[in-house]
Write a protein that binds this ligand. Structure first.
Ligand code: ADP
Ligand code: ZN
Ligand code: ZN
Length: 797
């Protein structure tokens, strides 16, 4: 048998199938298997994408060395998907295959120096652990290694290592009858207290064995030594069993509420259910205002899917994978739910993933990359908050989870439900055309009114405190809630906005030397930090440019607002949620749980707190500055602003108590802000479509962004112009080619960026042209040039 293998090197030359002979003994090889194969002098990890009896190759095929996993990590569906997706996002297939798998399944490559001669083996150099050449950095040692190699005293061996580790625990089994143990107990000397305790437990709980080591140790207060002694004496037999790391082991359970669907929910569900039953690949857009009970519709649809004997995949944005939401799903579907998100450790992800692959799971809930879950027999896919830009991966491979979900719904012949209060313009436009079926929920599920939203015009207000961040009216409203023991959510949207240093004497702004971005002040660490590359330096006392002392720190950060709030409202308890306070694993969950228990009055945070949260006691939502995302030079800045304001407004007044929203802005007349006040998505959609039409932007045009990066600015520019000429020569006149221009942030990590935006309606040859451009990019790579192609970019800056 011959295996067709994609090897683990992301390069043009290796982006194809290599054939290997399968030795007799590797009977467990299948399509989707992970294998180790020889490749030149090296050993590499690879994936089997096909098996055949014959080959056209005339030489002698090398043997597959090893099949790594018991069960092939990739299903035939994922193998097929990898080819389609590589083509769609202009990526190498090996890159896609790697993206599909948990991080621990990425191979670890090591270069080991092995002594050859007897004399070399005796050298002190070789006496320790094996020598990994990637770790040898000392110049003298390197010279020594070279000499050994030159004289044939040593050779290099390439190793691949599997990093995936299964977690096991120890378990102890009994070896004798109860009567035997009694006899042993009687004969034991009195002073052997620990051993007597153990034996007594065995006699009293004979039926309960085998027991886990952890259980025995904690129940009996004995330690490992006692158990080891018992094994030595033949009383117990030690075995290991595989366990899953359970990410939810310590969280409090959630009681499943029995909810009767309202009419609108019922109507939506009635449309979806037939396509679940008839296995139709239909796409629904569930447009429902915040609090309209979309989740309940998803859960009912999932139940129906399980009833039909099929499985369900549900995607939610990382930030709404709140403990609340996960518990709710677990409460409904119990043990057969797997959860995948970035808060899990690599080991936990690997375990959840294995449960899915083994068919122990029927419902998968996860963020973007969960769209690659190895779930089979899928009968329904749900994407909640489908407008979220986090569904698009910003690095290679630049895929959109929605596109992958559409592909999988076609492959599995099953419906796909896209849900949102503020659908992406692209999806809403497709629903307009009848490509997707539109389902609408126009009322809040529990008949609560939408909160009243008021705009505060910052051009005309009086500020409380000395920082010009908080209007008197907003502070008064917060005080009022505190007096009534109600809670407040405050949003500080920091997109394109931070705490930077400006010299009032010479106008100098302190920037990162590697990136074209201003440094952000972090008071707690006392440093100015680059949020992109991590560069940092001490907060200056004087302007680094002119030595003036007239320096100011402008912009607003969550820390600064927190300090000001504490000044103005000394008794308020405030929880802050931003990248700094949520870096540690589990801290996000802790903050939300604490707020849910009313341990704080105010939750102050960035975009993270805008979506998905459902706290009944929150009656006031404040937006500190609605404009920060508005002037970002991106065609979808208005869409993002409208969506953020609508979503965060939806956090107020979700239960019995009435909600209010106060939005501070310098631009109350801008349509993205004024329409967010009335939370009128449909009107916003109509207006924004006109704007897009006038500007020739999506969804009227398709877009592709080509970026060129290089260390020298003129090299990036030259290559970009060359690409533009190639595009012009091959594309229709109606197609619009913008650029090349330096990107909005033209320098990042010491690389200059130039970009070209192609806007087109129909270009049959564009895809193959872009593939050729990508191939030629490989040739210039050696000069330090990188070309990136982003199909349907979410950001053009
Ligand atoms: P959305 O996701 O559309 O913003 P949710 O699904 O979070 O809304 O629902 C908002 C609230 O309404 C939740 O507390 C939910 O339990 C409740 N809810 C949903 N459906 C109903 C219903 N039919 N009757 C009463 N309450 C409901
Ligand atoms: Zn200065
Ligand atoms: Zn930087």
């Amino acid at each position: 048998m011959i295996a067709q293998v994609i090897v683990d090197i992301a390069a043009k030359q290796t982006d194809r199938i290599f054939e290997y002979h399968v030795p007799e003994e590797l009977t467990d090889i299948e399509i989707g298997s992970r294998v180790f194969v020889p490749f030149g002098p090296r050993k590499l990890q690879g994936f089997v994408v096909g098996l055949s009896e014959t080959s056209n190759f005339t030489g002698v095929l090398k043997d597959v060395l090893l099949v790594v996993d018991e069960l092939p990590p990739l299903t035939p569906e994922l193998v097929e998907l990898s080819a389609a997706l590589a083509d769609h996002v202009f990526s190498y297939r090996s890159t896609i295959l790697k993206t599909m798998l948990p991080r621990v399944m990425r191979a670890n490559y090591r270069k080991i120096l092995v002594p050859l001669s007897v004399a070399a083996k005796k050298l002190p150099f070789f006496q320790g652990p094996p020598i990994d050449l990637t770790q040898v950095t000392d110049a003298k040692e390197i010279a020594f290694v070279r000499k050994l190699l030159r004289k044939n005293q040593a050779k290099i061996e390439y190793l691949v290592e599997n990093k995936a580790r299964i977690k096991t625990v120890n378990q102890y089994k009994l070896t004798k009858t109860e009567k035997d143990y009694r006899a042993i107990y009687e004969k034991l000397r009195k002073t052997a207290v620990k051993q007597k305790t153990l034996l007594m437990d065995i006699i009293e709980n004979y039926e309960k064995y085998p027991k886990l080591q952890s259980a025995i140790e904690s129940d009996l207060q004995v330690n490992t030594a006692t158990l080891t002694a018992a094994v030595k004496k033949g009383w117990l037999k030690k075995t290991t069993i595989e366990v899953y790391r359970d990410p939810l082991a310590e969280s409090t359970p959630y009681e499943s509420k029995q909810i009767v669907l309202n009419e609108e929910q019922e109507a939506a569900l009635r449309q979806i259910i037939p396509s679940i039953q008839q296995k139709k690949e239909q796409i629904f857009l569930l447009e429902g205002i915040t609090g309209s009970g979309k989740t309940e519709v998803y859960l009912h649809a999932i139940s129906e899917t399980l009833k039909q004997g099929r499985n369900a995949l549900m995607l939610v944005p990382e930030i709404s994978l709140t403990p609340q939401m996960v518990r709710q799903v677990k409460a409904h579907f119990g043990e057969e739910v797997a959860v995948l998100h970035s808060g899990l450790s690599d080991g936990e992800v690997y375990d959840e993933w294995r449960r899915i692959r083994r068919g122990e799971i029927r419902v998968v809930v996860g963020a973007r990359s969960a769209v690659f879950a190895p779930l089979t027999n899928i009968g329904l896919i749900v994407i909640d908050e489908e407008h979220e830009s986090s569904y698009k991966q910003e690095d290679t491979p630049r895929y959109h989870a929605r596109d992958v979900a559409i592909w999988r719904s076609r492959y599995n012949s099953c419906p796909l439900v896209l849900g949102s209060a503020t659908p992406s313009l692209a999806s809403r436009a497709r629903a307009q055309k009848g490509v997707y079926q539109l389902l609408r929920l126009t009322k809040r599920a529990n008949n609560k009114k939408l909160p009243q939203v008021k705009l505060i015009d910052l051009k005309q207000v009086e500020f409380a405190g000395g920082q010009f961040d908080l209007a008197v009216e907003l502070v008064a409203a917060i005080e009022d809630r505190l007096a009534r023991h109600e809670q407040v959510i405050l949003l500080l949207n920091r997109r394109g906005f931070a705490n930077f240093m400006l010299c009032r004497e010479c106008g100098y702004v302190m920037k990162c030397p590697n990136c074209d971005l201003s440094l952000t002040m972090h008071k707690d660490t006392g440093r100015m930090q680059c949020h992109y590359c991590g560069y940092s330096e001490i907060i200056p006392q004087r302007c680094p440019n002119c030595q003036s002392k007239q320096i100011r720190f402008l912009g607003t950060g969550t820390q600064k607002v927190q300090e000001e709030l504490l000044d103005l409202l000394p008794t308020a308890k405030i929880l802050r949620m931003d990248v700094d306070t949520t870096r540690r694993k589990g801290s996000y969950e802790k903050i939300l749980d604490a707020f849910g228990r009313h341990e704080a009055d105010i939750l102050l945070g960035t975009q993270m707190i805008a979506k998905g949260l459902d706290f009944p006691n929150v009656t006031l939502v404040g937006v500190i500055n609605a404009d920060t995302g508005l002037w970002v030079p991106d065609y979808n800045a208005s869409e993002r602003t409208f969506e953020l304001l609508t979503q965060v407004s939806g956090r107020a007044g979700r239960a019995e108590k009435k909600g209010q929203v106060l939005i501070q802005t310098y631009n109350p007349e801008h349509y993205a802000i004024s329409l967010a006040q009335t939370q009128d998505y449909e009107r916003f959609y109509g207006y924004e479509m006109q704007v897009r039409h006038a500007g020739n932007y999506p969804p009227y045009f398709y877009t592709v962004l080509i970026s060129v990066a290089a260390k020298k600015e003129q090299n990036a520019a030259r290559e970009a112009f060359q690409i533009k000429r190639r595009l012009q020569a091959n594309l229709h006149k109606e197609t619009i080619i913008l650029g090349p221009t330096p990107s909005a942030v033209s320098k990042l990590k010491n690389q200059y960026y130039y970009q070209i935006l192609v806007k087109y309606k129909k270009e049959d040859s564009l895809k193959s042209l872009l593939h050729r451009i990508q191939d030629s990019a490989q040739d210039v790579k050696k000069y330090g040039l990188n070309v990136y192609i982003d199909n349907e970019p979410e950001r053009i800056m």
